[in-house]
Design a binder for this molecule. Sequence first.
Ligand code: TYM
Length: 330
Amino acid sequence: KPVLFSGMQPSNDSLHLGNVVGALQQWVALQEEYDAYYCVVDLHALTSSPNPDELRARTRSTAAQYIAAGIDPSKSTLYVQSHVPAHAQLSWVLNNITGFGEAGRMTQFKDKSARFGADSTTVGLFTYPVLMAADILLYQTDVVPVGEDQRQHLELTRDLAGRFNSRFGDTFVVPEPVILKETAKIYDLQHPDAKMSKSADSEAGLIKVLDDPKVNAKKIMRAVTDDDASIRFDREAKPGVSNLLTIFSAMSGRSIDAIVDEYAGRGYGDLKKGVVEAVNSVFEPVRARTLELLDDPAELDRLLAVNAAKANEQAEKTLAVAYERVGLLR
Ligand code: TYM
């Protein structure tokens, strides 16, 4: 089977709608066809200097949400990044073939460092995409399903793989991103020109998997639309309505055209009620199952340990070859 790798940061107790539509739904759909690695990237989460107890809780909660959403830990390798030391080890090697300017051109780094200011921007944040490249390259990954915001990081990963291979001999598979056009970017319900993000200034436009369904319903009913009062998909002229249609479609499995037909001539209130139902019917069972899994942290930790052992085996092999190639004494 071809290999798939993807990951999410445990940067919140709950995943949000963008994570689910942009990534997790693809992960579940692809796990049969691929030898899939789904990682909770806790080392990456250190770049936002989380409280230690919160980080631990969020790491478990993120893993539980992967399982609750349908990732099967006996089929896919679902594990925690820091349980596999090779990620940090390969990342150090790759740091030495990454240009300072090259890393400095990453737009996520530029945005975040501009927001934090130079004194609060860490070296960890700067080398973040290099660790991401190590994650992917350790497993000889063929495909990486992600949202649009990770495209540039994937390009860097491909560049580093190609550079290493041509300098030291073929070592890494050069991975392909899988970014689905329709769902690659879910927007904030209040600011449909900005991506839905856990780091938005306000949570009014953010739909979280583990929130009370009533809270999510209220946020959806208050989503920004427009005063043109016609239901159709037009990203430029009608960003709010188009975002609701994308969400409705992803959550119901129905095409946007079918939804537009059904709601022709009706008001935005009706459309929003449809979105609420679709979102809640997907999220409610995920939420319930997540809480169940978190009730038995020992069992969850056991699953993560078994899967980390599988990941370690593969990662160690690639790391050994890379160490050898660059001339580290074995
Ligand atoms: P993270 O944790 O920010 O997001 C996890 C996944 O969710 C996608 N996503 C979205 N998709 C659509 N619309 C949105 N509004 C939206 N917000 C987030 C992201 O594109 C991502 O697929 N650097 C990564 C984690 C990572 C990784 C990796 C991913 C580390 N190593 C290796 C793939 C392969 C990140 O911070 O994602």
